[in-house]
Ligand binder design. Structure first.
Ligand SMILES: Nc1ncnc2c1ncn2[C@@H]1O[C@H](COP(=O)(O)OP(=O)(O)OP(=O)(O)O)[C@@H](O)[C@H]1O
Length: 513
């Protein structure tokens, strides 16, 4: 007889509304011991909201939850943590200026006081050291500043913190919620993270949200699929294919021509639009390349190889390049004030950090979309026409299927993927002819990715020149006419990538490491 397994967590009929709009409705979800559970769905399907209900960050408007066999109604995050649930946030929650151990035991210092009522730092350090070591993270020194560590290590510190808190609150088997943990890291870090999760699952259960379908299949025992705030399917990880998961999420089979390779133009004779020469800067050494009219040039490489800095050097975004020229349509963009000159010359930039650099969160969707196109939506007097702003925004909200309650919704309340679409819409609205894109589909769901790829092909049809920086190798290969691979600040490899002769991932990776 097989033993009946009981879930350690259950949500029944979980529901949440914001200002009268139901964003999660009647969700049932269970988590078993040692399990890795996935929640998949399109942007705005309600995945993060569900995690936040489990973590006590949002209080549900309906339904009930049970944790370790008891009713569970956390009123705030700290209550969920005390009960054994921690969340590793998409935009990390550690305080960079504090040391690692201070972050691990943040707000619990009072529990580490000595006889003189002074905080016993030695004890906190010793505890942190042990937890880091237990998780195979002995290379992280708890005394060092958190900002000294790279993104991946900081993510591991958050996981170590989850285990440390669980032990502190006498929880044997914590539940760790991971909201898009791989969105901002490269392939190598993804491997490290997944290896660690596989190892840690002996002592914990995990819930994962990601926009890379292959990651669900690789890591998850079970996958829930959400659509419009409802749970529409549940699959065993090892039984479902990427195609079927795509179908369950988006409602249609993935287009064979996902990257629209047949629409890739032959640009050998086309005029040069962007010409970068001898770019030098922080982690960038003597980088030169051209992008032709209608061309997508892909820039790849491991995290830290300098590709991001090259994109920023072209558009004059901080950190400023130390040397090198950038010409757009034959016009030199001066080293100083390059940012202003770039915008004036029709260059658009979609940065990696959309929350801090791409959108103004406390402004509405329409105000964000029209931000780079004020002359287009202004009257002769220079005063913004609300009607023009609204119709411009509505066009792009429809075109990119931005899920929001309307153009007046504040951007901070959009789901992550929808915020990313607003950044793209901002530049599309301006009708830019040159686009520098740094991971433009980060956090964007598979259906919307397809739409963005179509939009990029439309732009090249209209003669736009695009520099595409991406950590997603398949995207880089599928979309680019030509691929440059960087390592240690330099271009190591360059290859044409016509539709009928695309490089493999392995070929590119060989030049990255
Ligand atoms: N605080 C809030 N106020 C108003 N609306 C909100 C708030 N938080 C989320 N929403 C809305 O709830 C819906 C679901 O958002 P959620 O972040 O859960 O989606 P998601 O499935 O995680 O999407 P993504 O894949 O883009 O991250 C979205 O339409 C979003 O605009």
């Amino acid at each position: 007889m097989t033993a009946v397994r009981n879930p350690i967590f259950a949500m029944r009929g979980g529901s949440k509304s914001f200002n009268g709009n139901w964003v999660v409705e009647g969700v049932d979800l269970q988590i078993f011991p040692n399990e890795i559970v996935g929640i998949a769905g399109e942007n705005g399907a309600g995945k993060s909201t569900t995690l936040k209900m489990i973590a006590g960050i949002h209080s549900p408007n309906g339904g009930e939850m049970e944790l370790f066999g008891k009713p569970f109604k956390p009123l705030r995050y700290t209550q969920a943590v005390e009960a054994g649930i921690s969340m590793v946030f998409q935009e990390q929650a550690l305080i960079p200026s504090l040391s690692v151990y201070e972050n691990i035991f943040l707000s619990l210092e009072v529990n580490f006081t000595n006889r003189l009522a002074l905080v016993d730092r030695k004890a906190m350090i010793a505890h942190s050291e042990r937890h880091l070591k237990d998780l195979g993270l002995a290379h992280i020194d708890p005394r060092r500043r958190t900002s000294d560590y790279a993104f991946h290590d900081r993510q591991m510190i958050e996981i170590a913190k989850a285990f440390a808190l669980a032990e502190y609150f006498h929880i044997d088997h914590p539940i760790i919620l991971l909201d898009e943990p791989t969105a901002a890291i490269g392939e190598r870090e993804v491997r490290l993270l997944f290896d660690s999760i596989r190892q840690f699952r002996a002592r914990a259960s995990f819930v994962l949200i990601t926009h890379r379908l292959s990651e669900y299949i690789e890591l998850c025992d079970r996958i829930y699929v959400f659509k419009d705030g409802r749970n529409v399917g549940e699959f065993a990880g090892e039984r479902i294919s990427e195609q079927n998961l795509h179908m369950a999420m988006v409602g249609r089979i993935r287009d064979e021509e996902y990257f629209k390779e047949k629409r890739q133009l032959d640009v050998t004779e086309a005029p040069i639009v962007i010409s970068a020469n001898g770019l030098e800067g922080d982690n960038v050494r003597n980088v030169s390349f051209d992008v032709r009219k209608g061309e997508i040039v892909g820039l790849g490489g491991l995290v830290g190889c300098g590709k991001e800095a090259v994109g920023r050097a072209v558009v004059g975004f901080d950190p400023f390049p130390a040397a090198g020229t950038v010409e757009v349509n034959g016009k030199v963009l001066p080293l100083r004030r390059r940012g202003k000159a770039a915008i004036a010359n029709g260059v658009g930039f979609v940065p990696k950090e959309r929350k801090t650099e791409g959108i103004v969160p406390y402004m509405s969707v329409e105000a964000n979309i029209s931000l780079a196109s004020l002359p287009l939506v202004s009257r002769l007097t220079g005063i913004i026409s609300a009607a023009r702003e609204r119709s411009l925004a509505q066009k792009h909200v429809n075109g990119l299927r931005i899920r929001c309650s309307g153009p007046t919704q504040l951007c901070q309340f959009l789901s992550g993927g929808n915020q990313q679409k607003v950044v793209l819409a901002k530049w599309l609205a301006r009708g830019v002819q040159v686009l520098v894109l740094d991971n433009p589909t980060r956090g964007v769901d598979v259906g919307a990715k397809e739409e963005i790829y179509s939009v990029l092909r439309d732009l090249t049809d209209q003669g736009a020149a695009i520099l595409l920086i991406s950590d997603d190798l398949l995207e880089l290969i599928g979309l680019s006419n030509r691929i440059l691979v960087m390592r240690d600040g330099e271009i190591q490899f360059e290859r044409d990538a016509p539709a009928n002769d695309k490089p493999t991932e392995q070929e590119l990776v060989r030049h990255m490491v």
